[in-house]
Design a protein around this ligand. Structure first.
Ligand code: C5P
Length: 222
């Protein structure tokens, strides 16, 4: 095996994507945001009035939906059947519904197949909930990022304010807790640290410090 794969998992709003992007840039790898794929399917279900609790209908919808993650000069963009949904998949409604979509074993197995195909024969940094445990169990570097829910809600809140998005800290904390609860308690590949993953508590670390720690792990490999 001559490729480098880095798996980054952890609960909602732990800073996974920010750190993963930095690490990918530094190592000239592709960054794959698996959460964006579940979000894209959620948006597609909402737009096609498919009940997110109906695993069969959702699976049929997924099988006829192309989800693409494209690197552009403006950053990574997400497309559903060639339509740019980069902004739309971050809506509050998608965020608060996605964990119901991600519970279904048939949805997960199709997503995992697609994610493994994206990672085949390439250097990748992939983030999600089950990357180290299911998607890339042989990843050379496995990271599990955690932070207190207060800190995660605070970071999201500050990010919203910076982006001019209305934000309620207490509400955010509730939503994050709710999503973690569903993601951790589901039967199909729940959010859990892989046995061989390095856990990093980012509560009192900067993004840069976290990225450095991951890069150090990667250096030990190459
Ligand atoms: O990473 P992000 O917060 O965008 O993920 C959105 C949701 O997608 C998660 O809360 C989880 O329900 C689901 N997800 C998952 N497995 C992954 C990535 C995301 O179940 N590998």
């Amino acid at each position: 095996k001559d490729t480098l794969t880095i798996a980054i998992d952890g609960p909602a709003a732990a800073g996974k994507s920010t750190v993963a992007k930095m690490v990918a840039k530094e190592l000239a790898c592709i960054y794959i945001d698996t959460g964006a794929m579940y979000r894209a399917l959620t948006l597609q279900a909402m737009n096609h009035s498919v009940d997110v609790n109906d695993e069969e209908a959702l699976t049929a919808l997924l099988l006829k939906t192309t989800i693409e993650l494209k690197q552009t000069i403006e950053g990574q963009k997400v497309f559903i059947d060639n339509q740019d949904v980069t902004g739309a998949i971050r809506s509050l409604e998608v965020t608060n519904t996605v964990s119901y979509v991600a519970k279904h074993p048939k949805i997960r197995s199709e997503m995992v197949n697609r994610q493994q195909a994206l990672a085949a024969k390439r250097d990748v940094v992939m983030d999600g909930r089950d990357i180290g445990t299911h998607v890339l169990p042989d990843a050379e570097v496995k990271i599990f990022l955690v932070a207190t829910v207060e800190e995660r809600a605070k970071r999201r809140h500050e990010e919203n304010i910076k982006n001019g998005i209305a934000s309620d800290l207490a509400e955010l904390k509730k939503e994050i807790e709710q999503r973690d609860q569903i993601d951790s308690k589901r039967e199909a590949s729940p959010l859990v640290k892989a046995e061989d993953a390095l856990e990093i508590d980012t509560t009192s670390l900067t993004i840069n410090e976290v990225a450095q720690q991951i890069l150090e792990q990667a250096k030990k490999i190459k």
